[in-house]
Design a protein around this ligand. Structure first.
Ligand SMILES: Nc1nc2c(c(=O)[nH]1)N[C@H]1C(S)=C(S)[C@@H](COP(=O)(O)OP(=O)(O)OC[C@H]3O[C@@H](n4cnc5c(N)ncnc54)[C@H](O)[C@@H]3O)O[C@H]1N2
Ligand code: MOO
Length: 420
């Protein structure tokens, strides 16, 4: 069994507790057409975008054989033997210059890191290993031929594929394309993702809280997660807990957005109209996933837009975003699937869990005093305790049928690194 399969071990026989997480993901993926529209963008505008085609290097990188050290470029055969060798310094090359001429027997040049190798020279001796007296150096051998030389094309050969279509562009990808001298690249268009919070109790930051009110944090979490993902996030604010307001907002979003993400109002309470509104104006594909926190998630379509109705609890928003919505959006963006990142690690503390749902508890992964990796809980795991996520650096992923965990047992963790 793969680690991810272990992490998500077989669920319930019926789906009364909600659809298994893998099934929810697979169903969503099967119904999504990835975007195909391409556009050319300048390198710096490509951060977080998805490559629409393979990228090849038009030049070798590095462009020429060059020195990896500050020192002296020599002919390898001159310094291959044991014992001392005296060489005459016949020139000097800094990075950005070239040596005009060819090294003869018994000759060397002063060379700096990054400077092209002189014709005839194939080996570099670090200056710490050479004694300079006037125009001569004395070195003690042997020095292997080719030492401290970086070969032309050793990073990228001319014509080599640097990156593949579907790859997401981060700092390293931007840098490697710049190293090949690329100016513009072809990427898929950005997804436009509308989002709003529902709830009459919600107040915006900067406003005093009235009786029974709370600050709206979900729009901040979602905005940040969308920025990180590289979609165009359109904030539609807070929509009241009434059918008319919801219908108006749903219609508005479906007219311009590829995806609508809402938070709150998807449970069974008396002001929970999100699922019914989706049913009335679009179609509900499924409601309820067997994960915790976040079970009442509603998924479906609203015209041409995908719809994710995330539960209102702040931690449920984060769990459902990272486990369900984000992978779906990546697929829709044209991105290659990310490798599963679940790792077994010793759990240093007991964890409370009831069988039935796959749980994404918040953990702190670290090295203990004995030099072993271990995970600890962030403490209370209520779905309203958002600080449990900000204190964590991983999800502790507990399978459906698992019960509580004893200290010392092995659990699967999914690090936030690269995810959040
Ligand atoms: N009788 C039942 N009650 C509940 C069930 C259930 O199965 N039966 N499920 C619980 C679970 S699990 C969840 S999760 C929540 C989800 O409910 P909703 O999606 O309808 O969310 P709300 O009721 O609107 O809000 C829940 C909670 O979160 C707070 N909230 C909402 N929006 C925001 C926001 N933008 N920023 C910060 N906090 C927010 C809200 O005030 C509530 O406290 O239902 C359980 N109930
Ligand atoms: O499934 Mo809910 O998100 O536990 O609070």
């Amino acid at each position: 069994m793969s680690q991810s399969a272990q992490a998500s071990q077989s669920c319930c026989d019926n789906h009364a507790g909600g659809l298994p997480v893998e099934e929810a993901r697979a169903r969503i993926k099967a119904g999504i057409q990835p975007v195909t529209t391409r556009e050319r963008v300048a390198l710096r505008d490509a951060l977080n975008r998805v490559l629409a085609e393979d990228v090849h290097s038009p030049v070798p990188v590095p462009a020429h054989d060059n020195s990896a050290m500050d020192g002296y470029a020599v002919r390898g055969q001159d310094v291959a033997g044991d014992g001392a060798t005296d060489l005459e310094v016949v020139g000097r090359t800094l990075a950005g210059e070239t040596f005009d001429g060819e090294l003869g027997s018994g000759e060397c040049i002063r060379i700096m890191t990054g400077a092209p190798m002189p014709a005839g020279g194939d080996t570099v001796i670090m200056q710490e290993q050479a004694d300079r007296v006037g125009d001569r150096i004395r070195v003690h051998g042997p020095h292997p031929s080719g030492n401290h030389v970086r070969r032309a094309g050793e990073d990228l050969a001319e014509g080599e594929r640097i990156l593949a279509a579907g790859q997401r562009i981060g700092p390293a990808e931007l840098g490697v394309m710049a190293s090949a001298g690329l100016v513009e690249i072809s990427v898929f268009r950005r997804l436009r993702v509308a989002f709003f919070s529902t709830g009459d109790e919600l107040q915006g930051v900067g406003q005093p809280l009235g009786p029974g009110q709370i600050y709206d944090s979900n729009r901040y979490t979602l905005f940040a997660a969308m920025q990180r993902l590289g979609v165009e996030a359109v904030d539609m604010g807070v929509v009241g807990d009434d059918k008319e307001s919801l219908e108006r907002a749903f219609r508005e979003a479906s007219a311009f957005a590829d995806v609508l993400v809402t938070s709150g109002g998807v449970s069974v309470g008396e002001a929970d109209y999100v699922k019914d509104t989706l049913d009335a104006l679009g179609e509900v594909d499924f409601w309820k996933v067997a994960l915790r926190p976040g079970r009442p998630l509603a998924y479906g379509r609203l015209g041409r837009a995908l719809f994710f109705g995330l539960p209102g609890n702040p931690v449920s928003v984060m769990a459902t975003w990272y486990q369900i919505t984000r992978p779906a959006l990546l697929h829709m963006m044209g991105a290659q699937p990310e490798p599963d990142q679940y790792f077994p690690v010793r759990c240093a503390e007991p964890l409370r869990k009831r069988p039935g749902r796959m749980e994404f508890q918040r953990g702190i992964l670290s090295w203990n005093e004995s030099g072993q990796p271990e995970v600890r809980t962030t403490g209370a795991q209520g779905s309203g305790i958002l600080s449990s996520v900000s204190r964590a650096n991983c999800f502790i992923v507990l399978p459906y049928n698992a019960g509580s965990v004893e200290a010392g047992e092995t659990v699967m963790v999914q690090p936030f690194h690269g995810l959040m």
